[in-house]
Design a protein around this ligand. Structure first.
Ligand SMILES: [Zn+2]
Length: 111
């Protein structure tokens, strides 16, 4: 059986910031797999409540959004923070010029 890489995983690199729609958490990618990424989540240690422990977790590609690339074109250059949604999505300068209501049209035309 051939393992196919999830289309969203192809753009993710180690060290990228991802947001999980499932857990409503942000994390940095530690390892990339064909259909999931490994992240480390800070959790409070039960034995030592003042210490944070890093717990590795697997997040499925379908549940995550890569925040280190432009959310419209996937570019990595000249990224700016988009603050409308509460999730720190990034948008590149080129996509920022396009008014938000026309974003879907631009996406449709490029893909
Ligand atoms: Zn862009």
């Amino acid at each position: 059986m051939k393992i196919r890489t999830h289309p969203r995983i192809g753009a993710i690199r180690v060290g990228d910031e991802v947001y999980s729609y499932r857990y409503h958490l942000f994390a940095r990618v530690e390892a990339v797999f064909p259909a999931a990424v490994c992240v480390k989540i800070a959790a409070i240690d039960r034995m030592h409540p003042l210490e944070l422990t890093l717990i590795p977790q697997l997040w499925r590609a379908d549940d995550i959004e890569n925040l280190s690339i432009c959310r419209y074109c996937g570019g990595r250059e000249n990224l700016l923070l988009e603050r409308e949604t509460g999730i720190p999505f990034r948008v590149c300068e080129r996509c920022r010029i396009v008014p938000p209501q026309e974003h879907s049209y631009v996406q449709w035309r490029w893909w």
